[in-house]
Design a binder for this molecule. Sequence first.
Ligand code: H79
Length: 442
Amino acid sequence: MLRHLAILAAATLTAAAPVPAQSDSYTPTPENAAARHWFADARFGVFLHWGLYSQLAGGGDKDIAEWIMENKKISAAHYERLAQFFNPIHFDADAWVRTVKESGARYIVITAKHHDGFAMFASTTSPYNVTTTPFRRDPIAELAAACRRGGIKLFFYYSQLDWHHPDYFPRGRTGNHTGRPQAGDWERYLRYQDAQLTELLTRYGPIGGIWFDGWWDQQKTPMRDRWQLQRTYALIHRLQPGALIVNNHHIAPFPGEDYQAFERDLPGENTNGYNGSVVSTLPLEMAETMNGSWGFNMVDDGFKSPATLIATLAGAAGRGTNLLLNTGPMPDGRLQPENVDTLKAIGGWLRINGASIYGTRAGPVTPQPWGVTTQSGNRIFVHLLRDPGATLTLPVRNVRAARLLDGGTPVRFRRAATGIELQGLARPATAVDQVIALDIAG
Ligand code: H79
């Protein structure tokens, strides 16, 4: 039972070459700056939480999925048993990429390693990885190839927090019921992490970036600079200068991070108590679930409607923010059918209204009760997420033309003291997001 743990503890890990510490002032390389621009233009990605935990499907509890090891206090030795059954016979990376493309998303973030510590890729750092399961294949390699074929960028989620590795010690706020001996070599854990990141950055071709999580587990552990982020970030930027780094630590970005993530909140919102932090000037991204869960949960049918999620996508774009929309693939390797339907519905809306999302930045009007604005060059997009009434005054000058984006019907307007007044508006009650395109003088 303790096989993996024992091998892990004994293994001399191939440490990544030492990297000089990066200074506090971080200047992105030209490749990195271009990647940030690409990222902000993309505006929509799909998040995939898939791992050993997917097999337990939440265990019948709505609030549990990828956290089941922690929430049910499963020991590391018992949890390891899940690796003996992992065999997702219907996994088809090209099918995933087809669905992602149909949704209109431009990138994927997949869990390469979640908090349970299990590597979903072929790692030589430890046998605790997907190739020692009956499945034996490397789904990350297959997905990387499918993404390359499909023109989708692939990012890797990597949990700094680890509930399995014995050297993850001192323990943090979680992972204290795993039966691991109260001993471990923190520096060796960091070398293990850097070695796995090196694998992810050297074996799967050019990637979009690394999406870190779990930093907060050590937030209250009294050791200065425990994570040595600058060392890890410098390693990543050295191996792939264009790869973006983001860390879901729920506080203001550290030097070396290339965009800022918000978990289930738009920037500036704090509905869960995770996101009290400032909104930085970096590109922004909001990660959101389709039901209440990241990993597949068999009893959570609380699916957000396509309309709700399209409003979230537009609301994010109106705040200059990407939407990273999650689905938890099932233990057999297929995407959850209900989520596939939703993704296709979003894609249908984007095929008509994509110009108001892709390549845009936040528009000149701050978010309003009726909706948001986005802008791309000389076009401003007014997203009517709620009925504003028959007229709407906007502080926008030099408007040449106003039309519905879907169908091109002209919208009447007249100059007002503070800008323009749109007239004769009739937003259908069933509209998801009615978009009006304003052409302004260059
Ligand atoms: O991967 C998904 C989740 O499993 C992971 N992040 C998303 C993207 C996630 N982990 N935890 N959370 C989300 C919720 C965070 C809870 C926290 Fe705390 C509150 C972290 C710090 C305070 C409670 C107390 C949990 C750890 C300490």
